[in-house]
Design a protein around this ligand. Structure first.
Ligand code: MG
Length: 166
């Protein structure tokens, strides 16, 4: 009996993340600094929920568990680790499997900062990080529509498609 060969087929990955937004924290989202935003994501590292969701999506598509399993915050090597470094490490592990990212789409939900004015900048940054053309990276900013407004937060949902690197 022949076994079905999955190896040439694309793999989809989903990642989500949520961080509280608090005063006195630098606001980093998608590797972009929103210097004029009075609140920023609370977290161990820079709290960049966009990069965390993307890292989870990449790991999920590759069948590599998740961010917390691969980079436990109890491991001193990853304490306070830079979110970009974690994402690069995940992409490296994916590359070692002969895979690469084919496309990204994500939604960022928050009332502050406004994403739309910086959307092109985040897109360009992610395209560079993932080594993708701009039209393979998409994102949208959405407000929280007044829901859960007693605790300010940012919510991110990311979907990535991985496929053979060559
Ligand atoms: Mg996170």
């Amino acid at each position: 009996m022949t076994r079905f060969d999955f190896s040439p087929l694309p793999r989809i990955g989903l990642g989500t993340d949520r961080h509280r937004l608090v005063a006195g924290r630098a606001c980093m989202l998608g590797g972009v600094h929103f210097a004029d935003c009075p609140v920023g994501p609370q977290g161990h590292s820079d709290g960049d929920a966009v990069l965390h969701a993307l890292t989870d999506a990449v790991l999920g598509a590759a069948g590599l568990d998740d961010l917390g399993t691969l980079f436990p915050d109890t491991d001193p090597r990853y304490q306070g680790a830079d979110s970009t470094t974690l994402l690069r490490t995940a992409l490296q592990q994916v590359a070692e499997q002969g895979l690469r990212c084919w496309s990204i789409d994500l939604a960022i939900q928050c009332d502050r900062p406004r994403i739309a004015p910086r959307r092109a900048e985040i897109r360009a940054h992610l395209a560079q990080l993932f080594e993708l053309p701009l039209d393979r990276v998409n994102l949208k900013g959405k407000t929280r529509e007044g829901v859960g407004s007693e605790v300010e937060a940012v919510d991110v949902t990311a979907v990535v498609l991985l496929g053979p690197a060559a």
